[in-house]
Structure formats: structure tokens, C-alpha cells
Design a protein around this ligand. Structure first.
Ligand code: CO
Length: 159
């Protein structure tokens, strides 16, 4: 597998609903190699999260690097979001040069599968919770620009 290229708007894959991965196929699909390549691409682009649609693969697969160790989740589902929300500034590797404030739940619980096919559940908060929400949105074709708090827009941004 070659180095991955991060796709940017207006690539239509960014607006598609990504396919659920059949857990029985984890071995066959080469997801360990895909995770490795996505982590490299994310780090090279100085990002802290990357969803498979951003490298042109419309599957429910994300990598996140907020913790010391990169986190890889297959078929991630947010099972609980805190009522408490906070604004935070976001950008996206697929939307170069744009930034905006987005209101997100402060805490989320996320379930998914590991690269070994084991079910996993994480209770997250703060930046990690924000990145997970951003990446799971990508799997539904939703981008942060859809959720930018317009009252927080600073001059000069085209959103
Ligand atoms: Co993004």
C-alpha cells in the first residue's frame, strides 16, 4: 500500500454515509495496515484524528491521537453524550485553511471494535471527546463546517 493521500472538499466521498465493517472480515480487509498508514498520514498532516472517508475509503473506521497512544476504532458509535456542551475551535484536514467554533458534548461514551475484533467501550471527555465526535461525524458525511457556531465567526472566514 502506498502512502495515503488525504482528500479535500469538494470530494464527494466526504459527504457519503460510510459502510459498516463486517467484524468477521477484519483480518481480510487489511485494517491493521490501513490503520498504520492512516496514522502516518495523520501525523504528517499534523492532525489529531482521521476518518477513513478522508483517505477515500467509505468505511466506518477512525484513528485518533490525543492520548499518548493512537486510538483505532472500527464501527464507532457514540452511545451517550453529556447534556453539557462547550465551544471549541476546530479545523479539518479535508478542509484546509478553515477554522471555526463548534459546540460539542463535553463527555461522550463511544463503543466500537479494536483491530483484534474485540468490542471496546470508552468514556471520554474534553479534547478526546471532541475529536471522536468530529471523526464519527465524518462517517455520516457530516463536516464541522455544518456545525460551526455562526455567532463565533471571526472576520475573513468563508464557511
Ligand atoms: Co475532519
Amino acid at each position: 500500500m502506498q502512502n495515503l493521500t488525504i482528500v479535500t472538499l469538494p470530494n464527494a466521498v466526504l459527504r457519503q454515509k460510510a459502510k459498516t465493517i463486517n467484524i468477521k472480515d477484519i483480518g481480510k480487509l487489511g485494517l491493521k495496515e490501513l490503520a498504520r498508514k492512516m496514522i502516518i498520514a495523520m501525523r504528517q498532516a499534523k492532525g489529531i484524528g482521521l476518518a477513513a472517508p478522508q483517505i477515500g475509503k467509505s468505511i466506518r473506521f477512525i484513528v485518533v491521537e490525543v492520548l499518548p497512544e493512537p486510538l483505532v476504532l472500527i464501527n464507532p458509535v457514540i452511545t451517550h453524550s453529556s447534556f453539557a456542551k462547550e465551544l471549541g475551535q476546530e479545523g479539518c484536514l479535508s478542509i484546509p485553511g478553515q477554522w471555526g467554533f463548534v459546540k460539542r458534548a463535553i463527555k461522550v461514551d463511544v463503543e466500537g471494535y479494536t483491530l483484534e475484533g474485540k468490542k471496546t467501550k470508552l468514556n471520554t471527555e474534553g479534547l478526546l471527546a471532541r475529536v471522536i465526535q468530529h471523526e464519527v461525524d465524518h462517517l455520516d458525511g457530516v463536516l464541522f463546517i455544518d456545525k460551526v457556531d455562526k455567532s463565533q465567526l471571526l472576520g475573513g472566514y468563508k464557511l
